[in-house]
Design a protein around this ligand. Structure first.
Ligand SMILES: Cc1cc2nc3c(=O)[nH]c(=O)nc-3n(C[C@H](O)[C@H](O)[C@H](O)COP(=O)(O)OP(=O)(O)OC[C@H]3O[C@@H](n4cnc5c(N)ncnc54)[C@H](O)[C@@H]3O)c2cc1C
Length: 274
């Protein structure tokens, strides 16, 4: 099947892209790395009248460092973050998560912003940015917005972005140099989306103990009672304990789903506690 006919624009700045999206009146679609949108166009799952290719907008490809956070442009690709030589705990986590995605050819094209806007629950950045409680910075002709990750992703393939709005950058709070993290994917085949994801951040100087289950039926889940257990005991909970909390959040999970998710979470906790 071939893509439906569409017009194509490649603006050089965010203002130009926002104007094009506003003029398209809901019939425009942003193109970043095209790793998801390309197949969707070919299968006619998406039939926009206008494609706005944001791949030539320089400001969307920058990574800016501040004392308490880093701001990653929406068009920074997975490979750039994978190759990033930053030996802080945050730098290592971003490199590990970026390098876990698909295989190198996809990581060379796919972008962090495209991944977050597509909002696949199994996407690595969706889980990682939930773990880090990142904020997403958006723009449209109506102005700019800042949304925390838990408000940005509404559910499977669903975000709070309006049709005339684009993601510009991801604002990631820094973690301390003593922070420990764990990240584990249950994945049948290298290069594919995981069945389940576990992500853990233990940052005692900042009083953070967070355990996230990704690859759920919607948004990543913050496992609060497991987090409290790990913070209080410094121990790895049993699989049954993790399955119990995940089962309350996802009552439709069968025994295999529950086990996949509990194993991912448990191994991420073990990694963080090593
Ligand atoms: C074979 C294969 C395996 C994969 N495996 C994994 C995996 O293991 N883990 C994983 O996390 N991902 C995986 N992916 C997804 C991939 O890594 C990309 O992240 C993903 O395809 C989207 O990024 P993109 O830049 O290509 O976005 P695009 O395909 O260009 O766009 C995706 C969607 O987001 C919208 N969009 C993009 N950027 C913006 C923006 N700045 N503002 C507003 N809307 C925007 C587009 O309109 C579109 O709806 C895989 C993909 C493939 C093809």
């Amino acid at each position: 099947m071939k893509a439906h006919a569409f017009s194509f624009e490649r603006p050089l700045d965010v203002a130009g892209a926002s104007r094009l999206l506003a003029e398209a009146k809901g019939e425009g679609r942003v193109l970043a790395g095209g790793q998801t949108l390309g197949p969707m166009l070919n299968m006619r799952l998406a039939m926009p009248k206008l494609i706005v290719d944001i791949g030539n907008i320089a400001e969307l490809k920058s990574i800016n460092h501040f004392s308490d956070r880093i701001v990653v442009g929406a068009c920074v690709n997975h490979a750039t973050l994978e190759d990033w030589i930053d030996l802080t705990p945050l730098g290592r986590l971003l490199s590990h998560a970026g390098g876990s995605i698909a295989y190198r050819a996809i990581r060379n094209r796919g972008t962090i912003g495209g991944s977050l806007c597509h909002a696949d629950p199994a996407a690595d950045w969706v889980t990682t940015m939930s773990l880090l409680q990142a904020s997403l910075l958006t723009a449209s002709t109506k102005g700019k917005r800042r949304l925390v990750m838990s408000d940005f992703m509404l559910g499977t393939y669903s975000t709070a972005l309006n049709s005339d709005e684009m993601l510009v950058a991801i604002d990631i709070p820094k973690i301390s140099s003593e922070a420990r993290w764990g990240y584990y994917r249950v994945c049948r085949k290298v290069g594919e989306f995981p069945e389940a994801l576990g992500a853990v951040l233990l940052d005692a100087p900042r009083s953070v103990a967070r355990v996230i289950a990704g690859g759920m039926n919607g948004k990543p889940a913050n496992l609060t009672s497991i987090s409290e257990f790990v913070a209080a005991t410094g121990k790895t909970p049993e699989l049954g304990q993790i399955e119990s909390e995940i089962g309350q959040i996802e009552p439709e999970f069968d025994a295999i789903d529950l086990r996949h998710h509990a194993v991912a979470v448990r191994r991420a906790i073990q990694m963080a506690l090593l």
